[in-house]
Design a protein. Sequence first.
Length: 238
Amino acid sequence: MWIKVLGVGCVAQLGTAVRETLARKTVKKPLRAPRANSEVAGSSPATPSTILNQGEEDFNVATESFRDPKELRYRKMYFPNADEVAFDTKRKGFVPLPILMRKLMRHLSTPEFRVLVYLHLRAGRYGVCYPAPQEMVFELGLGSTKNLTPYLRNLEQKKLISSKDVLGKTYYLVHDPRVGLQHLVEDGTISGEELDAVNELCSDLGQATMVLTTETASLEKPSSSRTINAGEVNYSPF
């Protein structure tokens, strides 16, 4: 009898000890805040100021694309290989063309425009160039100088270039396209809505608009007064 009671008591105590051990193992430990990168690397712990600086850097990186010019954003989004194929204007070998030349293109034949662009590409910062005729003919694919001369002459007549022959060499001066456009305005080739479009582009570029000179305008507009024949009353409008 006493043996049975003792055995039952031992089993009960053993069960209690097992339960207490399991309970201690299942108690959750408090969560630890994650260590900063600097702590993991073994450096000094992060301070509020360093965390703030890191946040500012992340913000600057995230907003950098929004500060880029519009064309640069389009380039990055739509042409990921642009740096490999596009010309870098910071390098040597880049010659800009005046934007106003857009408004001249419809008044030039294709060969005239090709010759004009060629002279712009050959001219330096002072607008002067002197390529040999044979070189121009070859690079433009015109066959012979007789095919080149008429286009040069037409460009001079349209006030887009000037030329000067000196000791067997021809020097060219490329004009500001405003000179050629003003010439077309003066002779009436450009007027009305087309003149408005030209002047709108001039305004966008921060340049003065183009108007008819007084002399040209007087030739186009009828006189506001006239001499009446004998027997008529002289008439002069207000």
